[in-house]
Design a binder for this molecule. Structure first.
Ligand code: AMP
Length: 413
C-alpha cells in the first residue's frame, strides 16, 4: 500500500515524500482512512509505530479541505492533548513538517515556561494546538483560549495521561470542546481505566491495534544479569567498559537513582546526559539535543520522562532497575532495534526484583537468556547449572561451588 492509496491529497503527499516516508506504517494504513471518514478511533499503538503521522496527516487534510471552502478567520479546529512537554513539542514539530505546503498554523502549549509568548501566538490565530492539560486549562480559565470550534480532539498516550493523574483535566477538556467533535484516543497499553475513559468519551469508536504490548521487539536481543543491588553500579561500569557500546539509554525507576548514576558515570569519564521530571524544560531539551547530536552517548532516564521521546539509532537499552509493570519492560526494550536495526537490552535483576522478572517473562511468553559470566553474581553458591550426565545423557541441576566460571554460555531459566 502507498500513501496515495490512502486518499491523501497532493499537498499533504508532497510533505510526506519530503519527510522520506515511502510506505505507510501499519497504524497509518489502518487509522488514516477512519479519520478521513470522520470516525472516532481508539488506537493501541506505541511510540515508534508512526502513530503521530497516523493522526496528523488526515487531520491536516480535513482542515485543509474545509479551509478552502470557508474564509473564516483562524480558529482552533484541532486539539491534541499530550501528557508531557517533550512529546507535545515533538508532535507539533511533526504537524509543522507535514503542513509545510499549507497555510495551516500549529502551536504548542505547555507549562513550566512563560505564558506570555503563548498568549501572543494564540491571539494571532492558529488552526492546530498541541497542549499539555494543565497549561491549556489555565489559558482557558483566563479566557484566552476558545475551544468552541474544535472539530477533532486527540488524546495521545492516554495511559500515561491517566498514570500521571490527568483524568479530571482530560475530562474537563473533553467537555470544553463541542459535543459533535471527532475524538481519537491513542494509548500504548489498554488497561481497564483507559477502556473506561474511551467508553465515556468516544462515539461508536473504530478500533485499531498494532504490535500488542506483550510482544517484545523482534530485533532486540535480551540479556538478564542477576546481581546484588549494591553491585549494580559496578556491573554497569564493567559492562560499559567491556560489552555495551554505542548509543545507550539507561532506565532507572527514580529521579534520585538517575542523578546518582549520572554522577558516578561522569566521574568515570563517560559522556552522560540525564532526563527526568524534576529537570527544567530547557535542561531536558538540552540533554536530549546533546544525546541526539552525539555529544553524549549515554542517556539516563525515568520511564515517564523517556516515554514518547523519539530517539533514532539506539544500540542498547539498560534496565538498571527492573520495571514493576511488565508492559514497561516491553516499551523500554522497544526503544532499540527499530526500523530494521538490531539492538540489545541488558537487564539487572536484584533479589527483590525476581518477581518482576517472572511477570515480564509471563507477559512476553519468553525466558530471557541469563548471563552468568560476570564478576558480581547474585548468589554464587546456589546458582544452578545444567549438567549433562555422560552415562545417562539425562540433564540435572547441580549447585555450583565457588565463583569464576569461564563459561560464556547463556543460561535459560
Ligand atoms: P511516532 O510513532 O509517531 O513517534 O513515529 C516514529 C518515527 O517514525 C518518527 O521519527 C517518524 O518521523 C517516523 N515515521 C512515521 N511514519 C513513517 C513512515 N511511513 N515511514 C518511515 N518513517 C516514518
Amino acid at each position: 500500500m502507498s500513501f496515495k492509496d490512502l486518499q491523501l491529497n497532493k499537498t499533504i503527499l508532497k510533505a510526506v515524500t519530503e519527510s522520506g516516508y515511502d510506505t505507510p506504517t501499519l497504524v497509518q494504513e489502518q487509522t488514516i482512512p477512519l479519520v478521513l471518514a470522520g470516525k472516532d478511533v481508539i488506537a493501541s499503538a506505541q511510540t515508534g509505530t508512526g502513530k503521530t503521522a497516523a493522526f496528523a496527516l488526515p487531520i491536516l487534510q480535513l482542515l485543509f479541505d474545509k479551509q478552502m471552502e470557508s474564509k473564516k478567520g483562524k480558529k482552533i479546529r484541532a486539539l491534541i492533548i499530550s501528557p508531557t512537554r517533550e512529546l507535545a513539542i515533538q508532535i507539533s514539530q511533526n504537524f509543522k513538517t507535514y503542513s509545510a505546503h499549507t497555510n495551516l498554523k500549529t502551536m504548542v502549549i505547555f507549562g513550566g515556561t512563560s505564558i506570555e509568548p503563548q498568549i501572543d501566538l494564540l491571539k494571532k490565530g492558529v488552526d492546530i494546538v498541541i497542549a499539555t492539560p494543565g497549561r491549556l486549562l489555565d489559558l482557558h480559565k483566563q479566557d484566552i483560549i476558545n475551544l468552541d470550534y474544535v472539530e477533532t480532539l486527540v488524546l495521545d498516550e492516554a495511559d500515561l495521561m491517566l498514570d500521571m493523574g490527568f483524568i479530571d483535566d482530560v475530562t474537563k477538556i473533553v467537555r470544553l470542546c463541542p459535543e459533535n467533535k471527532q475524538t481519537l484516543l491513542f494509548s500504548a497499553t489498554m488497561p481497564y481505566k483507559v477502556e473506561q475513559l474511551a467508553t465515556s468519551i468516544l462515539k461508536s469508536p473504530e478500533r485499531v491495534e498494532v504490535t500488542p504490548t506483550s510482544s517484545a521487539a523482534k530485533n532486540v536481543s535480551q540479556v538478564l544479569y542477576y546481581v546484588p543491588k549494591r553491585n549494580k553500579i559496578e556491573l554497569c561500569l564493567h559492562l560499559l567498559r567491556n560489552t555495551i557500546k554505542g548509543n545507550i539509554l539507561i532506565f532507572r525507576r527514580t529521579k534520585f537513582g538517575v542523578d546518582k548514576l549520572e554522577q558516578t558515570l561522569l566521574k568515570n569519564g563517560y559522556k552522560v546526559e540525564s532526563f527526568h521530571g524534576d529537570k527544567s524544560q530547557s535542561d531536558r531539551q538540552a540533554a536530549l539535543g546533546k544525546f541526539k547530536h552525539g555529544q553524549a552517548n549515554i542517556l539516563i532516564a525515568t520511564d515517564v520522562a523517556a516515554r514518547g521521546i523519539d530517539i533514532d539509532e539506539l544500540d542498547a537499552v539498560v534496565n538498571f532497575d527492573m520495571p514493576n509493570i511488565p508492559e514497561t519492560y516491553v516499551h523500554r526494550i522497544g526503544r532499540t532495534g527499530r526500523a530494521g536495526h538490531f539492538g540489545t537490552s541488558f537487564s539487572f535483576c536484584s533479589a527483590d526484583e525476581k518477581t518482576y522478572v517472572k511477570s515480564i517473562q509471563q507477559l512476553i511468553n519468553t525466558q530471557i537468556p541469563v548471563e552468568d559470566d560476570h564478576p558480581y553474581p547474585l548468589d554464587p553458591q546456589a546458582k544452578p547449572i545444567i549438567h549433562t550426565s555422560k552415562k545417562t545423557g539425562s540433564k540435572h541441576k547441580k549447585g555450583r561451588k565457588g565463583q569464576g566460571s569461564k563459561s560464556k554460555k547463556k543460561r535459560w531459566y
